[in-house]
Design a binder for this molecule. Structure first.
Ligand code: GLN
Length: 549
């Protein structure tokens, strides 16, 4: 029988509900339980695909091609279970479904209401796949008290009523703010947040209190009494060195044991935390360091390139290497480029959309190509590698992507342009409906003898995609003759999946997003190879290399 754990957040947003849910899942998984994580987002966008990274951070792409919240990235990285499009819902999506049903007359003339109709669809989503797991762990986005979150909390209340409290656990994540003038952490906001939850009919069963310092026992006791939660189920969620320290910090406070006992399950089952201990020590042991410049657009934002930063961290753990990521604003990369990139061991050009910053990114690419600084381009990064090469190595001065201008030599163009006859017609029809993005897993055949094939040691790889534009296959021969090789293509050979520069220590662009598949326990081969090359380069330069960053 499936048990449900709901995670809600109180007081403020950004408390790390995703990491909390993923850590609880990881501990239950370490006890040999089958788990599934789901995210319910109360905003009205159908998905975050069109939301600005300033608002929403990175868009995480699942293997089956859903554009989702970045919390699904945490779920995958902590549990190594691939999330699917059925693990994420937004109010936009659920209302779309509801209205579709209403238009088709499926409500038989009834008045369609939030309760019971919308809440039923939310419950259907929550319960989907329940026969396959022991625990369904559902994170409710937003903060308790938000108007948008009410239907979700009502659905949780109903499930609790239907299944009985013994099968449902509500975990509430709150904040104890530190008031400097009083020299104290405060519990009042938590008490208010729990009162709000109870007014909706939900009593939390376990409270995790986030705080930036040690929480005195007296405060945990006070929260237990005022919120009617047993004392051993009030947990101190103190800031950790990294997110990968959170599962063990929960374990030390018996969170998993409390959960198992709450559900009346056998709690003498073994727990295997070996990989978490290894990660903890790996993350904090540094025998060397490298500096990587990320030349992007959202450099002030931690969340905009989340999976990318994580993938570098994972590779760093493998080499016991501190990977310092130097974020450089592509808009500012002009004549100062030499000064800005002087102390980096390698350059990363991440994915992106729109014209802003592309010239600066191409300046960085040219600098790396000519000075043999290792460079890794992802998605838009690969497309800009192609445009820079066409312009400066092949002399095609007006080379560009039709994403940025229609008046150009279309080295990068909409992928429908490479299809012929009937296939082109179908794809164009699809594109007219707005389904132009190539999303999720697609197979790439790697060119035999290519550098990228040597890295993967595979002939075919499955990687996640998120793009509309593609390298123009008609330029393949010109590129290859000038030393830019196609390292991989789609199975039909029409879509270029990787470009690599001959005679350069490490210069690879990929059309897909390898960062989504990197895990702390199994770093992605491309990131491993890139960071490995940087370590080698930096060590061969020895003392002569000045580190200013
Ligand atoms: N804007 C480019 C495209 O749509 C690249 C997208 C990306 O980098 N994710 O093809």
């Amino acid at each position: 029988m499936c048990r449900y754990i709901f995670i809600t957040g109180g007081v403020v947003s950004s408390l790390g509900k995703g990491v909390c849910a993923a850590s609880i899942a990881a501990l239950l998984q370490a006890r040999g339980r089958r788990i599934r994580l789901k995210k319910l987002d109360p905003y009205l966008n159908v998905d975050p695909g069109t939301m600005s990274p300033y608002q929403h951070g990175e868009v995480f792409v699942t293997a089956d091609g859903a554009e989702t919240d970045l919390d699904l990235g945490y779920y995958e990285r902590f549990t190594d279970i691939s999330a699917s499009r059925n693990d994420t819902i937004t109010s936009g999506k659920i209302y779309e479904k509801l209205i579709g049903k209403e238009r088709r007359g499926e409500y038989l003339g009834g008045t369609v209401q939030v309760i019971p109709h919308l809440t039923k669809l939310i419950k259907d989503f929550i319960r989907f796949g329940e026969s396959e797991v022991d625990f369904m762990i559902c994170e409710i986005g937003g903060t308790v008290g938000d108007i948008e979150a009410l239907p979700y909390l009502e659905a949780v209340r109903q499930i609790r009523y239907e299944r009985g409290s013994a099968n449902i656990m509500c975990v509430h994540l709150t904040l104890l703010p530190y008031i400097a003038t009083a020299g104290e952490l405060k519990t009042k906001p938590t008490q208010h947040s729990v009162r709000e939850l109870r007014s909706i009919g939900i009593q939390p069963d376990l409270i995790i209190c986030r705080a930036d310092r040690e929480i005195p026992e007296t405060l945990l006791h006070k929260i237990a009494v005022s919120c009617s939660v047993p004392e051993n189920r009030v947990i101190a969620g103190i800031d950790q060195k990294t997110i990968y320290h959170v599962p063990l910090s929960y374990y030390k406070q018996n969170v998993d044991k409390q959960i198992i006992e709450y559900f009346g399950l056998e709690h003498n089952d073994k727990i295997n935390l070996e990989k978490w201990h290894l990660i903890e020590s790996g993350i904090t042991t540094h025998e060397r360091s490298v500096n990587i410049a990320i030349v992007g657009k959202y450099n002030q934002l931690q969340d905009a390139y989340k999976s990318l930063l994580e993938a570098f961290l994972h590779a760093g753990i493998h080499y016991k290497c501190k990977v310092n990521l130097v974020r450089i604003d592509a808009d500012e990369l002009d004549s100062q480029i030499y000064r800005q990139l002087d102390n980096v061991d390698g350059i990363m050009i991440p994915g992106g959309f729109g014209t802003r910053g592309i010239e600066g990114k191409m300046n960085a690419i040219e600098y790396s190509r000519k000075n043999k600084i290792p460079l890794f381009g992802i998605c838009l990064g690969m497309q800009l590698i192609a445009i820079e090469f066409a312009r400066n190595a092949l002399g095609i001065r007006d080379a560009n992507s039709t994403e940025f201008t229609s008046d150009c030599s279309n080295v990068i163009d909409l992928m429908v342009n490479w299809y012929k006859g009937e296939e082109k017609e179908t794809r164009t029809r699809v594109s007219n409906l707005g389904g132009t993005m190539r999303l999720g897993n697609y197979e790439s055949s790697l060119t035999s003898g290519s550098k990228i094939q040597g890295i993967y040691k595979l002939e075919r790889v499955l990687e996640r995609h998120r793009h509309r534009f593609e390298f123009n296959i008609n330029y393949k021969n010109d590129f290859e003759q000038a030393g830019m090789r196609v390292g991989g293509t789609s199975a039909d050979g029409n879509l270029v999946e990787a470009l690599e520069l001959e005679g350069h220590p490490w210069f690879i662009g990929v059309q897909f997003h390898p960062e989504y598949k990197s895990r702390p326990f199994s770093p992605h081969p491309l990131f491993l190879s890139f960071v490995g090359a940087l370590i080698e380069r930096s060590e061969s330069m020895g003392e002569s290399k000045v580190r200013k960053i």
